[in-house]
Design a protein around this ligand. Structure first.
Ligand SMILES: Nc1nc2c(ncn2[C@@H]2O[C@H](COP(=O)(O)OP(=O)(O)OP(=O)(O)O)[C@@H](O)[C@H]2O)c(=O)[nH]1
Ligand SMILES: [Mg+2]
Length: 304
């Protein structure tokens, strides 16, 4: 059966709402949004502070449209212009939505999680998602954790799950639906994000840098798209990986360019999957000193 999201007969009961997904870095926000959308609209890595923008991921069902706002992990430990911009993105997202999903990790409630509590709105439903329950070996330890979380705030719902298990994550829409306001769909039934293919291409490259380089490099890297052209049935894409210092460049390139080749080839495979067409990808590495502390460059690189 095809969806008729703008059919007036349906509109009386159609629900559309924006759901902010917030939490400290690395709790699994982007993993969850991707599972709910059914495609990779937001990049994921095992390193904290992977997400730098608010990215909308859209899920459309026969009688509801869920607009999930993935956000950067909120953190107050390190101060830079980039981190302040990321935190502003989180507080703005919280102000503009209908429902808040707050993610914490099962049995790992830290000081960084604690600092999110005062940001939670009192006048909107807040759903607590306790993620990564697959990592809790003794399941009987989960209940006391859920009980202690329930003491912290008046949550609308508490949902333990594993975002990496699609079936588990897909319990959420039905739980959220009662909290969405009635209204027409904002996005077309095939739309999955508000972000352009250009933006997604840059993010895919940034994900590979996060995954394939050591601890320091991901945080001194920004990615811009210099070329994005249709060439017959394929896309020709050229991106620049900006690093902070001359010394970072050889690390990103690797010996004999080994590293950058791997970043480019893994990124190309992901792009071809997401865009469903052949991609010719070129990647350059350039130096722009101090960009993460320069609010002008932060804007230029698209971190508003
Ligand atoms: N074991 C397990 N790992 C998970 C689960 N969900 C996410 N992860 C892992 O947790 C790490 C962080 O996931 P992300 O989705 O990037 O987390 P995030 O909250 O978006 O992180 P930032 O964007 O940095 O704030 C990745 O290595 C994921 O594979 C889960 O349910 N179980
Ligand atoms: Mg993320």
């Amino acid at each position: 059966m095809s969806l008729k999201i703008n059919d007036p007969a349906n509109n009386a009961s159609f629900k559309t709402g924006v759901i902010a997904v917030v939490g400290r870095p690395n709790v699994g926000k982007s993993t969850l949004v991707n599972a709910l959308v059914g495609a990779k609209v937001s990049i994921v890595s095992s390193k904290p502070q992977t997400t730098r923008h608010r990215i909308l991921g859209v899920r459309t069902e026969a009688d509801a449209q869920y607009i999930f706002a993935d956000t950067p992990g909120f953190q107050t430990q390190y101060k830079s212009a980039l981190n302040s911009a990321m935190n502003r993105t989180v507080t703005q997202a919280l102000a503009e939505v209908d429902v808040v999903l707050w993610l914490v990790e099962a049995r790992k409630f830290t000081a960084a999680d604690q600092r999110i509590l005062p940001l939670l709105p009192r006048d909107k439903p807040v759903v607590l998602v306790v993620n990564k329950i697959d990592l809790v070996e003794e399941k009987n330890k989960l209940l006391p954790f859920l009980e202690s979380m329930a003491q912290q705030f008046k949550f609308a719902e508490i949902v333990p799950l594993s975002a990496e298990k699609e079936k588990d994550a897909l319990r959420l829409p039905a739980i959220l639906k009662p909290y969405l306001p009635e209204g027409e769909a904002w996005f077309g039934e095939d739309d999955i994000t508000d972000r352009s293919s250009r933006f997604l291409a840059a993010e895919i490259v940034r994900e590979k840098v996060f995954r394939l380089t050591g601890d320091e490099i991901p945080y001194v890297v920004a990615v811009t798209v210099e070329q994005f052209e249709e060439d017959g049935a394929m896309f020709r894409i050229g991106v620049v990986i900006w690093v902070d210092r001359d010394g970072h460049k050889p690390i990103v390139l690797g010996r004999g360019g080994e590293h950058i080749k791997r970043i480019a080839s893994e990124a190309r495979v992901d792009m071809e999957k997401l865009f469903d067409r052949k991609v010719f990808l070129q990647v350059w590495v350039k130096v722009k000193g101090g960009w993460a502390d320069d609010s002008r460059l932060i804007k230029q690189f698209g971190y508003e």
